[in-house]
Design a protein around this ligand. Structure first.
Ligand code: NAD
Length: 486
């Protein structure tokens, strides 16, 4: 297809679809076929500045809209998302590659964020103390902070934006979003549905593009706060530049999640959960299981069962019935994954299952089959770095203490899981592991909307996490009033 037959996406500013001033565009691919499905403008600083100014103007009136009225728009939006659930999921599979069931689940996760944000009237309530001294009282009120910049990754085109804008706008802020340039289509649908729900112009805006837009948001004086989700180096950069410009920043970063399997675990459950957590969404989840520490005494049995399950995985276009494993996002990402597999072999890990040999890995589209390494050590690149693909590393350990010590060597600390039936082991794990989101006998312990998404170490920069009461606090500021009735 040529550029003329494929849509060039527009930005969404002030309730209008506007052409970016950008002279450059990037191709958006269907990763399952390699076909170009759209072109996304690489918007300029000027485009960004325009959107921020529009959002700043809209803030003046939006912040005055009574909170229940704002919430009512979110109720309407929630219904529209429910009505369009299947179409939204198809769009996610088309641009991201994850299978339709996973995409459907992602839409559900996004809807839950909207439902949580629609509780703004209760969530925003302050607190009072009627007597702080004789005839003196105090109370605290919550207010929005202004224009929020949201920068999102490719791997959850719906859920991650929904971690941000529903709560931001419900609490009275206005929003400028820069979606991933690799998955920009869903964002435009989210905007169109917000318009249908009756959101006033300028409250939610989209500027498509890459680092120029990000820098434009980070440097803009009228942007009060930045919510970022993406890879570690970019998260660190965004956090430093944003805070240097005296903004509030929450930057959710990369991960390398560890699972621990003890010898009393239900191995059928452990292998199913870990198979899903490692190879689901093609390993492109910030909560993907990427390292397993398994007790020596059951390691052979665990690996045999896991490999048997991995062999049954159907690989292909996520829209096709029965497909579990879709493509990774781009050709370059596939290339990078193959380099990691080669590095693992060169560093002496034992390749138990080689996803390069799957028939699908030789087809059009960016497929890599499930790949499993045994005898991986913490000196190896495949243990240390986030691969973000269906590649799982297994280390053998003598007991739980060694497993925890090993896991805690990682610079990342998003999620961690334990598989055991023993309460004491669960307690030891909970108290000693360095990670913010823990799972017991489940593989992807991603918190729901009303809990914070709470990575540690190099998996998160900032104070207040996304979602839950953290999200509410991040998007609001307080006034404390002290009154003497005379
Ligand atoms: P990415 O860092 O490449 O991109 C994220 C965003 O940053 C995109 O909008 C992109 O345009 C922008 N960006 C990229 N490079 C930039 C630069 N040099 N300067 C300024 N902006 C830049 O991430 P990705 O590949 O889209 O997403 C995958 C990553 O996101 C993984 O590392 C994953 O672990 C992480 N992630 C983390 C969480 C979490 O909750 N911690 C959730 C989802 C994804």
């Amino acid at each position: 297809m040529t550029q003329t037959t494929v849509e060039i996406l527009k930005n969404y500013v002030g309730g209008k679809w506007v052409e970016a001033k950008a002279t450059k565009t990037e191709k958006v691919y269907n990763p399952a076929t390699g076909e170009v499905i759209a072109h996304v403008p690489v918007s300029t600083l000027e485009d960004t500045d325009y959107a921020v100014q529009v959002a700043a103007e809209a803030f003046l009136t939006w912040k005055e809209v009574p909170v229940p009225k704002r919430a009512r728009i979110l109720f309407k939006y929630q219904q529209l998302l429910v009505d369009n659930h299947e179409e939204l999921a198809r769009l996610i599979t088309l641009e991201n590659g994850k299978n339709f069931t996973e995409a459907y689940g992602e839409v559900q996760r996004g809807i839950e964020n909207v439902e949580f944000a629609a509780g703004a009237p209760s969530l925003m309530m302050g607190e009072q103390l009627p007597s702080i001294a004789t005839e003196l009282e105090s109370g605290v009120y919550r207010y929005p902070i202004g224009v929020i910049g949201g920068i999102t990754p490719f791997n959850f085109p719906m859920m991650v934006p929904c971690w941000m804008f529903p709560m931001a706008i419900a609490t009275g802020n206005t929003f400028v979003m820069k979606p991933s340039e690799r998955t920009p289509l869903l964002a435009n649908r989210l905007a169109a549905l917000l318009e249908e729900a009756g959101l006033p112009n300028g409250v939610f805006n989209i500027v498509h593009g890459a680092h120029d837009v990000v820098n434009g948001l980070l440097d803009h004086k009228q942007v009060a706060a930045i919510s970022f989700v993406g890879s570690q180096p970019v998260a660190e950069y965004v956090y430093k530049r944003g805070t240097d410009n005296l903004k509030r920043v929450q930057a959710l970063a990369g991960a390398k999640n560890h699972a621990i399997v003890l010898n009393d675990a239900n191995l059928d459950n452990a292998t199913t959960q870990i198979m899903n957590a490692a190879f689901g969404s093609a390993g492109e989840r910030c909560m993907a299981a990427s390292v397993v520490a398994v007790e020596d005494s059951i390691a052979d049995e665990f690996i045999a069962l896991l490999t048997q399950k991995a062999n049954q995985i159907e690989i292909g276009n996520g829209l096709d019935e029965g497909v579990f494993l879709g493509p990774v996002i781009r050709d370059q990402h596939k290339e990078r994954t193959l380099n990691y597999i080669e590095a693992g072999e060169n560093e002496g890990a034992k390749l138990v299952r080689d996803g390069r040999q799957d028939e699908a890995a030789k087809r059009e589209g960016y497929f890599v089959g499930p790949t499993i390494f045994d005898n991986v050590t913490s000196e190896m690149k495949i243990w240390q770095e986030e691969i973000f693909a269906p590649v799982l590393s297994i280390s053998r350990v003598k007991d739980l203490s060694e497993a925890i010590k090993l896991s805690n060597e990682s610079r990342f600390a998003n999620g961690a899981c334990i598989f055991t039936k023993d309460g004491g082991s669960v307690r030891q794990f909970r108290e000693s592991i360095h990670a913010g989101m823990l799972g017991v006998n489940i593989g992807v312990p991603a918190p729901m909307a009303f809990f914070p998404f709470s990575g540690w170490k190099d998996s998160f920069y900032g104070d207040l996490h996304a979602n839950g009461k953290d999200g509410l606090q991040f998007y609001t500021r307080k006034k404390v009033i002290t009154t003497k009735w005379v």
